[in-house]
Design a protein around this ligand. Structure first.
Ligand SMILES: Nc1ncnc2c1ncn2[C@@H]1O[C@H](COP(=O)(O)OP(=O)(O)OP(=O)(O)O)[C@@H](O)[C@H]1O
Ligand SMILES: [Mg+2]
Length: 416
């Protein structure tokens, strides 16, 4: 069981030992220090960042409130229990405003403290879950359908749009293309990171991931040798992804086209699976097979998002036909633009950078907007650039035409 570190700050020795005793009865708490002196306790909290703090407000109330405020403004997720013999409403409000999340009456009784600790544990768990990054896998059991194009451009647009750190992983371990699509030459790859799993921490990962230009997009490329890819296990992938969730806002995974155990592990831990298809019979049939497997794996229907790639308005088979055949709604459609994408792949520049005004780049921005809930300013800029005509009244237009002093226009103006 993971135990939550906790610190006590209380100048009164009897009260401190009472609270210590009560906390030691709770098996999910690890008491890492109890302090008589507020400032010593403060230093330890700022360094050790325990998720839970018990803070006595009986003495030096103003300094105590200031200290609570300082701690909670730096450590947003910390849960502080304020405690005092004085349960005056003003003090309670002041403590809550400073950042305390619970107020306990002294002398503290077992039931109150244990109830507050359980509540705090649930609160911390929920906050941790919502703070974790989202894992999106781009998958199809058919090759050449657009997985890498989608994964790369979506990762880039999510980075631009949300300001979050995004990790793009090439889990097409034997035939990955991300490094080519982005024209990068990463110093390290996923096999290297996985052989150092025991050293996994933020600074190690930072030095092993390839930063894309000056953006907050970090790439974990496929290994250069097929033998190295074989050595990576499903458990390794699961540990790596679970760690990356704590570091990045989004983790976008480009997958291989088969149902091997590594790909299935990655699909298992994904929040969404973008199942890519094209509007043609072989692709729809393959998609049916995937959906039926996902059903047997008991994946939530909402976890599977169908993306139609290379969509054309005048296709013989309509999107409604596809939805009916698959009994699943289409989440997104990406237009067909072969020349734009081919040129982007050959140049190693994502289409969103090579041709930001193209239909396909705008489509990726819209997709990133839909997933993140953040609106892009890109479209306002484009409207300004392409000049939606300012409203001009007819007189000012005629004035401008008169300035040109062209005979046929002058004649027209006279007629008016
Ligand atoms: N929306 C699109 N419009 C036109 N062409 C596209 C589109 N999406 C992808 N393509 C083309 O399809 C080809 C395959 O794309 P991509 O490499 O992204 O697919 P993939 O599923 O990753 O392939 P693989 O299975 O080999 O990894 C590329 O030549 C790309 O230009
Ligand atoms: Mg690919």
């Amino acid at each position: 069981m993971i135990r939550l570190p906790m610190v006590i700050i209380d100048a009164d020795e009897t009260s401190r030992s009472n609270v210590t005793k009560l906390i030691e009865e709770v098996n999910f708490i690890e008491l890492i220090g109890d302090f008589e002196n507020m400032l010593t306790g403060y230093d330890v909290i700022m360094q050790a960042r325990p998720p839970l703090v018990f803070f006595d407000l009986t003495e030096n109330v103003d300094l105590a409130l200031d200290t609570i405020e300082k701690i909670s403004s730096v450590h947003k997720n910390i849960v502080i229990f304020a405690a005092s013999e004085n349960v005056d409403a003003d003090l309670v409000i002041q403590a809550m405003r400073a950042g305390a999340r619970e107020f306990l009456t002294k002398p503290v009784v077992k039931e109150d403290l244990h109830r507050a600790l359980k509540k705090a544990r649930n609160m911390l768990k929920q906050e941790q879950e919502s703070a974790e990054g989202k894992i999106y896998s781009v998958f199809s059991n058919k090759g050449g359908i657009g997985k890498t194009s989608i994964a790369t451009n979506l990762a880039l647009q999510l980075t631009e749009l949300t300001g979050e750190r995004v990790c793009l992983i090439d889990l097409n371990l034997q035939m990955g293309d991300i490094a080519t699509f982005l024209d990068i030459n990463p110093s390290f790859d996923i096999a290297y990171v996985i052989t150092h799993l025991s050293r996994l921490d933020e600074s190690f990962l930072h030095s092993s991931l390839e930063k894309y230009k000056d953006k907050d997009l970090f790439i974990l490329a496929d290994p250069p040798d097929i033998e190295q890819a074989e050595e990576i296990s499903a458990d390794d992938i699961s540990s790596l992804l679970n760690f990356l969730k704590t570091m990045f806002g989004y983790i976008i995974i480009d997958t291989s086209s088969g149902f091997d155990i590594k790909t299935l592990t990655c699909l298992d831990v994904s929040d969404y699976i973008f199942l890519v298809l094209m509007v043609n019979l072989p692709s729809i049939r393959n998609c049916q097979k995937c959906l039926s497997l996902f059903k047997r794996l008991e994946y939530d229907e909402d976890k599977i998002k169908l993306i139609v790639n290379r969509y054309m308005e005048d296709d013989e088979i309509t999107v409604e036909d596809v939805e009916e055949a698959l009994n699943h709604s289409i989440f997104w459609k990406i237009p067909n633009n072969y020349f734009a994408l081919m040129s982007s792949i050959n140049k190693g520049i994502p289409i969103s950078e090579l041709d930001p005004g193209s239909d396909i780049s705008r489509n990726f921005i819209r997709l990133a907007e839909k997933l993140s809930g953040v609106a892009s300013s890109h479209f306002e800029d484009i409207e300004e650039e392409t000049g939606i005509l300012p409203k001009l009244d007819i007189d000012s237009i005629l004035e401008k035409l008169k300035d040109l002093n062209l005979p046929f226009i002058n004649k027209f103006i006279k007629q008016q």
